[in-house]
Design a protein around this ligand. Structure first.
Ligand code: ATP
Length: 272
């Protein structure tokens, strides 16, 4: 009888707490240095990212934000703790994880459509369906008319839209984004953020989005995680309860938006 109750309790727990898409468990990362003690970069970070959740990470420069993303996509072995993706310990790059950096990594010898198609090929879209998938993404990302353009003929914002298209064509269930819009001018950055939200609202992938920009983090995410200076620890976490779909202008005058950005500003001890 006791066993049955236990089994039922476990079942109930499983039903109520779905497995996170990504889980960091007491993650520690250090880098060896010649003639010096190892550089401790990440110190005991635990973080779950749910399916379809948009998590932003902010923190001081050099606090280990990019390092954590590299550990999640299996490019770096932690010195302690664990990284799990879909419940499995990460040893090599997991196929369900896609990456986007500040600098686009487009293939200069391929057109816009061909660059996006690379994602579709790598993601295993059947050859017969790739053209339709690419066309859908071109439309979604407002790149119509530029299908046959070369990367060098595009603006920075357009190149990042192509990068996003390639990432989405790959159909990762977890997207790691490392300041993807950090190199863009203010207006383009806002426009790209909104573009990303539109796509995310349609496709609901899990996202871990690293940024220096507190307002960008609050504007986009479901939850903002604030890292300390190196070695990174979690200083604070905030659920963002702003309504979706998010409208930049309305949001910026919402007191909840201002309160949250102020709180994070204080956590990071930024000057007045
Ligand atoms: N492969 C490596 N070997 C040695 N040290 C490294 C390595 N990679 C990163 N580091 C160090 O780890 C620290 C954190 O770097 P990381 O790039 O993760 O910071 P970050 O928070 O992303 O910074 P930023 O916001 O400036 O991009 C830095 O001090 C960096 O020098």
């Amino acid at each position: 009888m006791a066993l049955t109750n236990l089994a039922l309790t476990n079942l109930a727990l499983t039903a109520e707490t779905p497995r996170p898409r990504a889980a960091l468990k007491d993650l520690c990362i250090s880098f060896p240095r010649p003639d010096l003690p190892p550089l401790e970069v990440v110190s005991g970070i635990s973080l779950d990212v749910a399916e379809g959740e948009f998590v932003a990470v902010v923190g001081p420069s050099g606090s280990g934000k990019s390092t954590i993303l590299r550990a999640i996509c299996g490019l770096l072995k932690p010195s302690g703790g664990q990284v799990l993706v879909d419940g499995k310990a990460v040893a090599a790059p997991p196929p369900q994880v896609g990456f986007m950096f500040q600098k686009d990594a487009l293939l200069p010898w391929r057109t816009v459509a061909e660059n996006i198609r690379v994602g579709a090929e790598l993601g295993g879209t059947p050859a017969a369906e790739q053209a339709a998938q690419v066309a859908r993404l071109i439309k979604l990302l407002r790149l119509e008319g530029f299908e046959n353009a070369w990367p060098k003929q595009l603006s920075g914002g357009m190149r990042q839209r192509v990068s996003l298209g390639r990432l989405l064509a790959y159909r990762p269930s977890l997207m790691l984004m490392d300041e993807p819009f950090g190199a863009l001018d203010y207006q383009t950055k806002i426009a790209m953020g909104l573009e990303l939200l539109r796509v995310w609202e349609a496709e609901r992938r899990s996202i871990i989005f690293v940024t220096h920009d507190i307002e960008e983090a609050v504007a986009l995410a479901d939850r903002v995680v604030v890292f300390s200076a190196r070695p990174a620890r979690i200083l604070a976490e905030y659920k963002v309860h702003l309504p979706r779909p998010r409208h930049m202008r309305a949001m910026r005058s919402d007191p909840a938006f201002t309160e949250l950005t102020e709180a994070i500003w204080s956590d990071l001890a930024l000057p007045d």
